[in-house]
Design a binder for this molecule. Structure first.
Ligand SMILES: [Zn+2]
Length: 224
């Protein structure tokens, strides 16, 4: 076996060193990229929707597994404020806390029922007087087994006038919009959708407080 010369040996070492260097550099680049992805703050979702919404069919959103083609007269495949709102609501995977003064919109009711059937844990707080009026979907929700609590109605003209929902404890939907057809299709309304923790937290806290206050058979003080 021929002995390698010093020159040959140093060339082999050089190749090894360069090779190792390249591996180290590529690993460092990978590591830096991974760290960057981990440390970069997640983009917080913020969205504003304005109403009235254009009229469009939402059948494919509320009932995505239907084998039938919808034959209704409204435009299909059009994204509107209302279809966005429905999609955001239907993104719930674990919980939905809903606090609305008026709830008579059939499509929103179908969306809530779909979530309930999917196993999403639902809590609905609403106004006692409004819940009793014709067209209110609160009775439908109750019949489906959804837990509904009504504001006591014992405080004279004080209404449970909120309009907000918390999806999965991570997303707040709030604004002027009542969950009625009138509000969606005819009124000028706004809805803010946000994951901002500083906004989300007080709404969660207020929902929990009102939920306890309106426990059936209980007479809790509404004071803070
Ligand atoms: Zn349709």
């Amino acid at each position: 076996m021929r002995h390698r010369t010093n020159q040959e040996m140093s060339a082999v070492w050089m190749v090894k060193v360069v090779g190792l260097g390249l591996v180290a550099i590529s690993l460092s680049v990978e590591l830096l990229g991974w760290l960057g992805r981990r440390l970069r703050p997640r983009k917080i979702r913020n969205e504003v929707l304005f109403f009235p919404s254009e009229m469009s069919c939402v059948e494919h959103i509320v009932n995505p597994n239907s084998p039938y083609t919808c034959l209704c007269p409204f435009p299909h495949g059009v994204e509107t404020s209302f279809s966005r709102l429905l999609r955001i609501l239907l993104s719930a995977s674990s919980t939905l806390d809903l606090c609305v003064f008026a709830f008579s919109n059939m499509d929103l009711c179908r969306a809530v029922l779909a979530l309930h059937n999917k196993g999403v844990i639902m809590r609905v707080l609403t106004d006692k007087d409004y819940a009793a009026i014709t067209g209110s979907q609160i009775g439908v929700l109750r019949k489906a087994g959804i837990c509904v609590r009504c504001d006591g109605g014992s405080r004279g003209s004080v209404y449970m006038h909120h309009k907000f929902a918390v999806v999965d404890g991570r997303l707040l939907i709030t604004g002027s919009l009542n969950w009625t057809l009138q509000a969606v299709q005819a009124n000028m309304e706004n809805v803010l959708v946000t994951e901002e923790p500083d906004l989300l937290r007080p709404f969660i806290k207020e929902f929990d407080r009102l939920w306890v206050c309106n426990e059936p058979g209980q007479h809790h003080s509404l004071g803070t």
